[in-house]
Design a protein around this ligand. Structure first.
Ligand code: PMP
Length: 393
């Protein structure tokens, strides 16, 4: 059996049509397969590699930490310097009330932990989420996912969850004194990039303040500069009570986190104690890598160029077959008339060395979420290929 067959046989499968690229090396915005074929990466591991693949500062931090120690104890018992340094650095770059970081092993676990924290802090159990939102694949996160298609086969899920329409101001009346939390992606990704209206987001903040419901923003996909500011919520003049982080948080290593005020976070330490525990949350190598990546993101002023790179994409992505382009920074969705058209385009692009895919709730839309420091020449090349392919399909 070749590698592809072994992969299909022995590695648990989740997709009916896995892409099956066999990538053996990745650097910056390029990946190479086993035959030496190069690809421009327009996905960045779904918004993970925001500073590109294999950044030297991240590799060095990983090597140094690996030499010092790997796993030494479950989360929250030992003073592990990589966690402490990263938590301190993160909170220095967040509003004052987001000052306590609980590290997890994944984005989904950050969602789980935040939902538990909201229940525990408010003493309430009802939750509000939004249609077409994605917060992870575990059962709690699945319960607040905004899609019946992905939920129905796994019911019963958590009770007491109501789903509202994103950007619907009147629907916010459903938030009341029984609501433990409202969870929203600051910018919805998987629907093909859906921006919040500022007035709606501010009304949501106000309603949560009035009712005592905690506001959770999921920036697992949109954080770390993806939307053109370090945190997406900065663009709307409000901040959440709990912030969810993941993906780019670990600089390419597995890491998630939920961040809140210490006075909220401390409710996980009693009645019962150990209100949320894990073995691998805040793995020291992941924290060292994440801190190095975040420092590089800021020191190299990578976020400053996001808006101009977004506009370069937008100026080049003009073609009669494109129905519309939604974007927020380098989170871009190119909408076509159908999944069939989109799939043909994606396959043809992969053939000519440009790697992209579609969105969970918008299979007709092409995903463009490259490393934030992708070279302008690569953007020009990739867009020329997209237009070339559009002329052919
Ligand atoms: N929230 C959002 C917005 C996400 O995009 C994702 C991952 N696609 C998650 C949560 C879950 O993160 P993970 O896959 O690390 O569990």
């Amino acid at each position: 059996m070749n590698h592809r067959q072994l992969f299909l046989q022995h590695v648990g499968q989740t997709s009916t049509a896995p892409l099956c690229l066999n990538i053996v090396k990745a650097k910056g915005s390029r990946m190479w397969d086993a035959d030496g074929k190069a690809f421009i990466d327009l996905i960045a591991g779904i918004s993970v590699c925001n500073i590109g693949h294999g950044h030297p500062a991240v590799i060095e931090a990983i090597q140094q930490q690996a030499e010092a120690y790997l796993h030494i104890m479950v989360y929250g018992e030992f003073v592990e310097n990589p966690q402490v340094h990263y938590a301190q650095f993160l909170t220095q770059h967040l509003p004052q009330h987001l000052n306590a970081v609980f590290f997890t092993a994944s984005g989904s676990e950050a969602t789980e932990g935040a939902m538990k924290l909201a229940k525990r802090y408010t003493g309430r159990h009802q939750m509000i989420s939004f249609k077409q939102s994605y917060h992870g694949s575990t059962q709690g996160a699945l319960s607040v996912m905004g899609s019946e298609y992905w939920q129905q086969a796994f019911r019963p899920l958590l009770p007491g969850i109501t789903q509202l329409t994103y950007n619907d101001i009147e629907a916010l009346d459903c938030i009341n004194e029984q609501t433990a939390c409202v969870i929203a992606e600051t910018v919805q990704a998987e629907v093909g990039v859906n921006l919040p209206q500022t007035a709606w987001l501010q009304a949501l903040r106000k309603k949560c303040d009035e009712t005592g419901a905690l506001l959770i923003f999921d920036e697992i996909q949109c954080g770390f500069g993806r939307n053109g500011t370090l945190w997406a919520f900065e663009q709307f003049g409000i901040a959440p009570d709990i912030l969810l982080l993941g993906k780019a948080l670990g600089g390419g290593m597995p890491l998630g986190a939920f961040v809140s005020d210490k006075k909220i976070m401390d409710s996980l330490t009693n009645n019962p104690v150990l209100g949320h525990i894990n073995t691998f949350g805040g793995h020291p190598v992941s924290c060292a890598a994440g801190l190095a990546a975040m420092k590089a993101l800021l020191n190299e002023n990578i976020i400053d160029a996001v808006s101009s790179k977004e506009h370069l994409f937008l100026s080049l992505l003009k073609h009669p077959k494109i129905v519309k382009v939604n974007s927020c920074g380098l989170m871009i969705a190119v909408h076509f008339d159908s999944f069939e058209t989109n799939k043909k385009i994606i396959d043809a692009l992969i053939d000519c060395g440009v790697f992209t895919d579609w969105f969970l709730f918008a299979s007709h839309a092409l995903r463009i979420a490259p490393p934030l420091n992708i070279a302008d020449a690569d953007i020009v090349f990739a867009c020329a290929k997209i237009i070339e392919v559009l002329d052919l399909v």
